[in-house]
Design a protein around this ligand. Structure first.
Ligand SMILES: [Zn+2]
Length: 110
């Protein structure tokens, strides 16, 4: 058997006020999805994490984290020769074909 008590605990929590694109410097000020939210939502920037796990990697034990705005991310992905995993094909359309169409439509999802 345990005897318990209830205490109110105050804790510090980190909140992001804005996100800056590492490439171009554009600032995403975010927005609150709900009126009572404490966390801002950032739809125009994306966190990219690159984890160098391989022992032979020259960046071994490093993790790179950076933020890119929509435009910089799209421009970067457009330089790819092969489709990233997101462009998974369906109904007989290969991911490479969907990726090619996406690039031709200037990064718009069709
Ligand atoms: Zn940018």
């Amino acid at each position: 058997m345990r005897n318990t008590r209830i205490e109110e605990i105050k804790a510090k929590k980190e909140f992001t006020n804005s996100v800056v694109c590492n490439k171009c410097g554009k600032i995403d000020k975010g927005f609150y999805e709900e009126e009572q939210d404490s966390n801002l939502t950032f739809q125009d920037t994306h966190r990219v994490t690159v984890d160098f796990e391989g022992e032979d990697s020259k960046y071994r034990t490093n993790v790179w984290r950076f933020d890119l705005c929509d435009k910089c991310l799209t421009d970067f992905v457009k330089t790819f020769k092969f489709a990233p995993e997101w462009f998974g094909g369906s109904l007989g359309v290969s991911s490479q074909m969907k990726f090619k169409e996406w690039k031709e439509h200037n990064g718009e999802v069709g």
